[in-house]
Design a protein around this ligand. Structure first.
Ligand code: PLP
Length: 387
């Protein structure tokens, strides 16, 4: 029997505010094309200081929309980190283009920038960076490469809402930033995403393609029911219900970020005392402000074989855990079948997938909870080290 998890890994922070706003939207009967979506976009723009924000149905949809709208497709290549959610690669492959994977650097878990240039070919059209666990990628070098080879930079910001690179919000440094509002992320709309960018022409096109490609949206039509369409597009819109939740969630974000940082630092303080583990992203990195999505630690070599036992021990003590991410994406069956998998090329990404455990930095936790969690981690390591 499964023990009850007292400290779930990801637990959305839903209050009466979200519940009453959803009620109001339902009663209004305006469920799409309304003011909530427009306001959520406006508030998101203000928070990130991006020129344009476009609400979409998910982060995956948003990334797919961007690649599609700039004409990336069959015969093209896009560079991505191997250590990410598979959605990062799927969004590329959905266009017919090929995802080209790069290993991680082991102290941050972010893409190993040194390994990018050798993978750039005539077919390469873009580099996608993922701000892994909320720590910004050192993007300056990537900007230089992108300029030199005429490539787009896509920022997958699914774990990085609130993260800053030299005081600029992530997602505003490359050509586009895409966020996720899936329940375990910093804020949630149940399902949802946001595309931010500074290029007006592209923003206009993405807005069209988000809704089939029709030339006049619902509110712009002079006569109801009259519209035309010149592009092939999707239905990747966000509904009013989702957007209304997002507006409430965004209001809490400053508190969420503040709490996450406090909790992350508390973990670091405690974990310094635990031998046989290495905390990812524990080094102080100047001018990179993390959004502290979660805390991942690597087990040393002898312990890594005992990862399942350690996870089970923690779970049975009420501590929820996760793994970010369970496979380097090229090792996942779909990609393995398509491109073969050479593990030698992904040693660091593989180490993170196979030897790490992720614990929660969710704002519902207290410092005392972190003490408890760390105490149990210490115990688990002691217990399984001997065996
Ligand atoms: C969660 C996640 C996604 C997918 O987001 P959806 O909104 O579920 O599409 C993409 N990239 C990364 C890095 C993620 O963690």
């Amino acid at each position: 029997m499964k023990n009850k998890i007292k400290f779930p890994f990801g637990s959305p922070w839903i209050t009466s505010k979200e519940i009453s706003t959803v009620n109001k939207v339902l009663k209004s009967k305006i469920l799409v094309h309304g003011q909530h979506t427009a306001n959520f976009e406006k508030n998101f723009k203000q928070f990130t200081k991006a020129k344009h924000a476009i609400a979409v149905s998910s982060c995956t949809a948003g990334m797919h929309l961007f690649y599609y709208s700039v004409g990336i497709g069959m015969g093209d290549e896009v560079i991505v980190p191997a250590q990410t959610h598979l959605a990062t690669a799927h969004a590329i492959e959905l266009t017919g283009a090929k995802a080209v994977f790069i290993d991680s650097s082991l102290d941050t878990g972010n893409i190993d920038i040194e390994k990018i240039e050798s993978k750039i070919t005539k077919k390469t059209k873009a580099i996608c960076v993922v701000h892994y666990l909320g720590l910004p990628v050192d993007i300056k070098k990537i900007k230089y490469l992108a300029k030199k080879h005429d490539l787009y930079i896509v920022e997958d910001c699914a774990l990085a809402l609130g993260a800053k690179y030299f005081n600029k919000h992530v997602g505003t440094i490359g050509d586009v930033g895409v966020f996720s509002f899936y329940p375990v992320k910093h804020i949630t709309t149940a399902e949802g995403g946001m595309v931010i960018l500074n290029n007006k022409k592209l923003a206009t096109k993405i807005k069209l393609l988000r809704a089939f490609g029709v030339n006049k949206n619902f509110n712009q039509r002079k006569l109801p029911g009259i519209y035309d369409c010149e592009y092939l597009g999707f239905n990747y819109r966000m509904s009013e219900i989702h957007a209304a939740i997002g507006i409430e969630q965004l209001k809490k974000l400053p508190i969420i970020l503040k709490k996450r940082k406090i909790l992350f630092l508390k973990y670091l303080e405690n974990m310094k005392m635990i031998k046989d583990i290495q905390v990812l992203q524990s080094k102080k990195i100047k001018n990179l402000n993390s959004s502290f999505y979660s805390l991942s630690f690597l087990l040393n070599k002898d312990l890594s074989k005992k990862r399942s036992n350690i996870i089970q021990f923690l779970n049975s003590n009420g501590i929820g855990t996760s793994i970010y991410y369970p496979h380097p994406v090229p090792r996942i069956k779909y990609y393995r079948n398509k491109y073969k998998y050479n593990q030698k090329n992904f040693l660091n990404a593989q180490k993170i997938s196979d030897d790490s455990i992720s614990v929660s930095v969710s704002p519902y936790l207290s410092k005392a909870d972190i003490d408890y969690i760390c105490e149990k981690i210490k115990l688990a390591i002691k217990k399984y080290k001997k065996k």
